[in-house]
Design a protein around this ligand. Structure first.
Ligand SMILES: [Fe+2]
Length: 347
């Protein structure tokens, strides 16, 4: 029976090799010890990086040369005072007083409250709508994604240490998100400081150096381990964690904390090593969070970013709806109607 199931799923697993799929656990082809010994994972990494650079070169008109150079060399962009002050304050007020459907997500002892800003959710949120249509922002994100993609937008309110009996927040471990370059971005509505845990990033760690290729190869072999050889404490989803000795071997520094004032835009290539910085207090951190991930093996980018954004939204809404019952049963997600938690430990 198990064999029949494996046979029927093999075509899907093979197709997924040419997609953004990254789990060594869920896909036995991606997680094959033999294929990774022969270099499957490393080949995926190299091809995905090459195509990312290729597409970005074609999209050069979307960003000025200073931003292109900074993003290529550091792996992130920071833009202080991104919105005019009056627009920023109106956006912050709208987000702070948001009342409606939201999702509480448990990430260790961190409470992450998120509102997915779909076209439906944006009705009655004029400031959020204006941000999702901000020409300069969209052009930068379309360039940085390398896919001409308009990202998903979320309101996100993070509060570390909120859940007293929570386990360790895995986002605080230094990691890369996946095997291919892709972006996440935040427009901070609260200042991001040590008391609420700023984003931390190692500048230049997104680059595919020879040291990184060797490290990826070793990681892929370890991630291909099966059965009892598999360390239960380790991540097997393809978001590799990195330790100090590995960083030293790759010639990388320790991460820097992106402590920034409110109204700062941060765009990061989360192929670089990063983590959620440890908060010294329990203040919330409210932001507009953006992300786009796409098939890294498609050498083309969409010529119709708005239409593509609608299609991705349609797909993503259904994906979240499918995921919800399982996540809810595991106690990780909870849907409710209300406001964001804006005071320490007041649910
Ligand atoms: Fe991450």
């Amino acid at each position: 029976m198990r064999m029949l199931r494996q046979l029927s799923l093999t075509p899907l697993w093979l197709i997924e090799v040419f997609s953004w799929a990254k789990s060594f656990q869920a896909n036995p082809v991606i997680g094959s010890k033999l294929l990774n010994t022969l270099g499957l994972h490393v080949a995926r990494v190299i091809v995905a990086h090459g195509l990312f650079v290729f597409r970005q070169r074609l999209l050069w008109r979307l960003a000025d040369s200073k931003d292109r150079r900074a993003f290529a060399s550091q792996g992130y962009l920071l833009k202080h005072d991104f919105l005019p002050q009056s627009q920023f304050l109106a956006l912050k007020r709208e987000a702070e007083t948001y009342q409606g459907a939201l999702r509480d997500e448990v990430e260790g002892d961190t409470l992450a409250q998120r509102v997915y800003l779909t076209r439906q959710a944006l009705l009655g949120l004029p400031q959020c709508t204006a941000l999702t249509e901000h020409r300069g922002l969209l052009r930068l994100l379309r360039y940085c994604s390398s896919k001409n993609r308009i990202p998903f937008f979320f309101l996100e309110n993070l509060q570390q240490g909120h859940l007293k009996r929570g386990s360790r927040d895995s986002q605080k471990d230094l990691h890369c998100d996946t095997f291919h370059p892709c972006i996440k971005a935040w427009l901070y509505l609260d200042p991001a400081e040590l008391h609420n845990g700023p984003f931390e990033f190692i500048p230049g760690s997104h680059r595919l150096t020879w040291g990184r290729v060797r490290w990826e190869y070793r990681q892929s072999l370890e991630a291909s381990l099966r059965g009892k050889l598999r360390d239960p404490a380790r991540y097997w989803d393809g978001s590799f964690r990195v330790g100090d000795a590995d960083l030293a071997e790759m010639g990388l520094t320790q991460p820097i904390a992106m402590s920034v004032p409110a109204n700062t835009l941060l765009i990061a290539n989360v192929r670089g090593f990063h983590r959620r910085g440890e908060a010294t207090g329990q203040s919330p951190r409210l932001s507009v969070w953006m992300q786009s991930r796409d098939n890294p093996f498609n050498p083309l980018f969409t010529p119709f970013p708005k239409l593509t954004a609608r299609v991705f939204e349609w797909v993503w809404i259904r994906h979240l709806a499918r995921e919800f019952p399982r996540k809810e049963a595991e106690g990780l997600w909870k849907g409710r109607t209300g406001q964001f938690v804006r005071h320490p430990n007041v649910p």
